[in-house]
Design a protein around this ligand. Sequence first.
Ligand SMILES: Cc1ncc(COP(=O)(O)O)c(C=O)c1O
Length: 411
Amino acid sequence: MKSPGIHHRITDAVRAGVDSDQQHGCVMPPIYLSSNHSFDGLYGKREYDYSRSGNPTRDLLGRTIMNLEGGQHCVVTNTGMSAVVLVTSLLKSQDTIIAPHNCYGGCYRAFLSLAQSGRFKVQFADFTNLSRIRRVSDQHRPKVIWVETPSNPLLRITDIRRLASIASEIGALLVVDNTFLTPLLQRPLYLGADLVVHSTTKYINGHSDVVGGAVVSRDPDLGEQLDWWANCLGSTASPWDCNQTLRGLRTLHARMRCHEENAQAVVGVLQQNEAVHRVHYPGLACHPDHKLACTQQTGFGAVISFEINGGESAVRIFLEGLSCFTLAESLGGVESLVCHPASMTHSAMSDEARTHAGINPNLLRLSVGIEYTPDLVNDISTALDRVVGANNARVNNTSANNIGESVARYA
Ligand SMILES: Cc1ncc(COP(=O)(O)O)c(C=O)c1O
């Protein structure tokens, strides 16, 4: 399952800027760190003048991401959140954005806080029900419809094609946060989206050592507007970070293969263990959106979430039993991570909003890395078996206490 025309774009990404240096014949492109560029005499502005507004290293990364997504323009930003907020600079105070009620907690917080300060209006809605999205859209006539698919952390899928037709009927821009899948597994612009947003911090850089973001647009004029705002607001990324990110991007296709292979092995373990109440992974035939995922994705990625039996103590026992999964925020790095969304990534949401979004305290999210598969499988099995042991012991204690109480009552 590969997107049309992605193969040669992978080669282009691996070889971005390779053997382009005329002066020294560097095989890998040099990093242009200079914050400013000289003028060629009075009025003699060259292609670049000041690094906030333009930089050759940043442009190379931008072109590479743009090419993979199949867009016409890319703004590379200093964090994923600055890419998100950059898109909102297209909105005026009377404009509305509709966003998923279960989007990444940082996006939720940004949309809500900016709306509360009067920058624009926001409506959060459940994107698994597109008839409802249509009704909300007809009522609020949004300027932007924002979607994250798969959603974080429950991995629900939204039909991008259908959403794009709703957006175009009401003249709204459709923005897809494609952080979880990358252009290798999903290319929203080909499905009708206007803009694609990335936290490049995740799979695109892939080594958990740079924070960054990107906004890719189908329409070059819209891209120019975003460029203007990025320079105006100072959202652009540093050349050093861009070079690191490009270095990561060169191996994206190789990493994604390994990530997905490991994720499938881990899903198998989760499904079989009695400590697990429910697994959320769109690659599973029993996932409510599996069929839809197959129509618009070319893979299922390597983020899995699951609910554990046994409440907070089980969550604790599981986490303490892991050695190959580090308890940390973020995802998409070569190293495996585990996260407790309710207290970590989604803690900025109110308890009510979290419950409404289905993020309960028993939910854990895994970002499966590229370690040796059997090590990950054994690690998860061992930690889950500890939970099974503790849950069984609790049940035995409870029944022993109940028997003790009954004996005492009848004595
Ligand atoms: C789906 C998604 N979008 C945007 C962001 C924000 O990106 P960053 O942390 O790079 O600012 C994140 C961060 O976790 C995310 O998961």
